[in-house]
Write a new protein. Structure first.
Length: 344
């Protein structure tokens, strides 16, 4: 049976203890070397946990305090279960996103995974700070913030996403999943794909963030982690198993959100977008009823049908019936390139 070894505090805490024990003994030269980003505290453990910190900067707490105006609440532009994200400005003028974790283990989890990944559709980690009570990761700044803001929280007068942009976002997210699943050994499962964790740059290119992250191992089938309501693979609720097809299911929910503009789960009526859409997905004549009214019919009908057919495949209750992320990418690329794509 499959097993997942989660990128948690288990390995990272060992490194943290080693660092703590040596902290008092480090002389000035070692301290300078550490602050320059060479991170000698990982020597020995780095090979075991497969860290790649060559391009990861180690920040001092005081620098991040200054960059965020002492973590001014007015600088908050994101908040999740693990902590708040602040907009920061470094000494050289670079804008960054500063994520301050509520617990130390969450820091270790994201540092471990993000230090090993590089893809244009994944948020880039610039560095981190683990000093006293400050457990912080510094990311590239993604100016347009989360997808949810552009789908569900539009302010009066703000422009809605057009069809072409929605499909561009979907394709980028799928490419990120393909990279995680197919270009890492072992494959990496995002595990918590959701609209609020998809950030948009100035050109509406998506970047995945908020990793829970599991790496695939084939010996264990019981995983208890916090996943987001509305995006959860139904197979997980029955078996406790997270697989690459769980990410595909969550992607199907995101794609459905992009098409219809509704939230994945509406707490006011306690109903998921999937339960709302399933009856409509059974009849292609009703597909137009699913499309976001804000688009006012400005989308290619054939592309809508193809996209919703893909949604149906991704949302299959039997995980074996769902496509791989690589197959999702092919389908979305074909939709984008088709003659019908550019027809209104």
């Amino acid at each position: 049976m499959p097993r997942f070894r989660f990128f948690s505090c288990l390995g990272f805490s060992k490194v943290q203890r080693s660092h703590s024990e040596r902290r008092d003994d480090r002389d000035e030269a070692e301290q300078a070397e550490f602050q320059n980003g060479k991170a000698d505290r990982y020597e020995g453990e780095q090979a075991e946990f497969q860290y790649d910190l060559n391009n990861v900067r180690v920040f001092e707490s005081k620098e991040l305090i200054v960059s965020t105006d002492n973590f001014n609440p007015g600088r908050v532009f994101g908040e999740g279960s693990s902590g708040r994200v602040y907009k920061g400005i470094l000494k050289d003028g670079q804008e960054v996103a500063v994520k301050r974790f509520d617990r130390q283990e969450n820091l270790g989890k994201e540092v471990q995974i993000l230090s090993c990944l590089e893809h244009p559709n994944l948020v880039k980690m610039i560095g981190y700070c683990d000093e006293g009570k400050d457990h912080i990761i510094v990311y590239e700044f993604v100016p347009l913030r989360s997808l949810n803001l552009h789908l569900h929280d539009l302010k009066p007068g703000e422009k809605h996403l057009d069809w072409k942009t929605r499909m561009k976002i979907a394709e980028g997210v799928a490419k990120a999943l393909k990279y995680l699943h197919d270009q890492n050994d072992p494959p990496i499962i995002h595990s918590d794909l959701k609209g609020s964790g998809i950030l948009l740059d100035e050109n509406y290119n998506p970047k995945l963030s908020e990793f829970i992250c599991a790496e695939y191992d084939a010996t264990w089938d019981n995983t208890m982690i916090n996943l987001t309501c509305g995006y959860l693979d139904p197979e997980y609720t029955m078996t406790g198993r997270i697989t690459n097809k769980s990410d595909v299911y969550s992607f199907g929910v995101v794609l459905l959100e992009l098409i219809c503009g509704k939230k994945a789960f509406d707490p006011t009526i306690r109903r998921s977008i999937v339960s709302w859409a399933r009856p409509l997905l059974e009849d292609s004549k009703k597909f137009a009823e699913i499309a976001d009214p804000l688009m006012k019919g400005q989308y290619p009908h054939r592309a809508l049908v193809q996209a919703l057919d893909l949604v149906k495949l991704c949302l299959q209750e039997d995980a074996n019936e769902r496509p791989l992320a690589a197959e999702v990418v092919i389908t979305l690329t074909n939709i984008r390139k088709s003659i019908w794509y550019n027809r209104s």
